[in-house]
Design a protein around this ligand. Structure first.
Ligand SMILES: O=C(O)CCC(=O)C(=O)O
Length: 455
């Protein structure tokens, strides 16, 4: 079950949180930190969601567009007021009201349990400290060695191609790693199936992760791009079929000068998309910053992940097969992921995303031997063709799947998972999606590689 614990950063509240997490529940903490302490939740912060706010905003949960709206949460209801301490309470998020936490659970919340919890936290803190000290003594194990530059004309960095730098999920001992993460408390029970699926198949779909009302707001704001007459500074719409012909990018200022009816015509006939839309739209930003997306990504990386790029697609892309590792410059390799958010129910006719489970375990294209410098973005035309053919051949060894998911469902995929866009059987059908590329902190080397670039 999913619980809200108000006052969850206080002494009692944080132990209640620990108890609930220990029982395998999802927990959201609401605390204004006037008396509660962040340190009380430190050992659990990867397993819970923390909202810094006041209990009084509870009444605002139902207000349309409120930041704290939680339509996606289950409707089962439990609320406990702990003794007379009304600042520590637990409830599911969708049903305001007074309910009772099952007595058995509350009764198990004893001083001895509290003492054990405190000891567990101290051990976790000591473990983290030891890991930090260990990392600082042995930089090669956790910090990528500085790549040595080559000398001479056109000098390029040499990047270490060391398998020891790959993320835990790319190694053969991933099952042991999951057991370790679980034991250390860095991974909650409910995340284990996500990690297993990720390691086995190279992707995981989380149903209903983004609430329908947020998706609706996002789609409305996209429609506004075509309907409103006021230019949005800096925004460009890409892949647009103007009367004068195809344009890769059309500044919004130019688009709004076209007569409205004509604009709609252009919208219908183009397979348009918008890059980095989160910089211009409130709803897109909220999806981009979605705490649960970030939490799942960070859990998978076992380090902090951050959404860096976004792409809004209006229709099927029919993109050729590729792996995102070969499109981005990530070091150490594979510390990134794609996140595909369905903004409507996806149909076979619209040209869904196609992907090949298990293909994330195939070797990197051998010609990209100085990755992240050498990849599809920096390859010459002949090499690009060879890479494209390499991936097509690899995919033949795996079963093709189509991503037929529902509005609000989210797919997370491994950067080596082979994927692309199926043919659009119905050319008029939309396939609205918002795609994020999430990268582990410090691993985006886009600014450190040299061109020329293909895009
Ligand atoms: O949605 C699609 O068809 C392709 C998305 C994709 O491959 C990507 O953004 O990496």
């Amino acid at each position: 079950m999913r619980y809200l614990v108000t006052g969850g950063a206080g002494f009692i509240g944080s132990h209640l949180v620990e108890h609930l997490v220990g029982e395998g529940h999802d927990v959201v903490v609401l605390d204004d930190f006037s008396t509660g302490k962040r340190e009380n939740l430190e050992a659990l912060q990867k397993q819970i969601e923390i909202i810094d706010g006041e209990v009084s905003i509870w009444t605002s949960f139902g207000k349309n567009g409120d930041t704290f709206r939680r339509n996606d949460l289950p409707s089962e209801a439990h609320l406990a007021v702990i003794g007379e301490r009304r600042n520590a309470a637990v409830t599911p998020l969708s049903t305001p009201g007074r309910y009772a936490l099952p007595r058995a659970a509350w009764q198990r919340f004893s001083p001895r349990r509290i003492a054990r919890g405190v000891a567990r936290r101290a051990r976790a803190a000591a473990r983290r400290l030891r890991a930090l000290l260990h990392a600082s003594r042995r930089p090669a194990a956790s910090v990528p060695p500085a790549p040595a530059p080559e000398s001479g004309r056109g000098a390029m960095r040499r990047w270490a191609q060391n398998v020891a730098l790959l993320p835990w999920y790319d190694r053969d001992d991933w099952q042991e790693s999951i057991a370790r993460l679980r034991q250390s408390g860095d991974v909650g029970e409910s995340d284990v199936p996500i990690l297993v699926r990720w390691c086995e198949d190279g992707y995981v779909v989380v149903p209903g992760l983004v609430p329908a009302d947020l998706i609706d707001a996002f789609v409305r704001e996209i429609d506004d791009v075509w309907e409103h007459d006021t230019a949005i500074d800096g925004l460009a719409v890409s892949d647009v079929q103007l009367d004068a012909g195809y344009r890769v990018h059309v500044p919004h200022g130019e688009l709004v000068r076209i007569e409205r009816a004509k604009r709609q015509e252009i919208k219908q006939r183009s397979n348009w998309r918008i890059g980095q839309y989160h910089l211009y739209s409130r709803a897109a930003r909220r999806i981009f910053d979605h705490p649960e997306i970030e939490r799942i990504a960070s859990t998978i990386f076992a380090r902090r992940g951050e959404a860096r790029f976004s792409l809004m697609f209006s229709k099927g892309t029919e993109q050729g097969l590729h792996q995102d590792t070969c499109v981005f410059h990530i070091f150490p390799r594979d510390f990134m992921m794609g996140v595909w958010i369905a903004c409507e129910d996806i149909t076979h006719e619209s040209g869904p995303l196609e992907y090949y489970p298990g293909s994330q375990r195939t070797p990197l294209f051998p010609e990209f031997s100085n990755y992240p410098q050498t990849n599809r973005r920096t390859s010459d035309p002949e090499q690009s063709k060879r890479y494209d053919q390499y991936v097509v051949n690899l995919a033949k060894g795996f079963e093709k799947h189509e991503l037929l998911i529902k509005k609000g469902d989210v797919m997370f995929w491994h950067p080596m998972l082979i994927h692309g866009g199926c043919p659009r059987l119905d050319r008029a059908a939309t396939r609205k999606s918002f795609v994020l590329h999430v990268i582990a902190e410090g691993c985006d080397m886009g600014g450190q590689v040299t061109g020329p670039f293909n895009w």
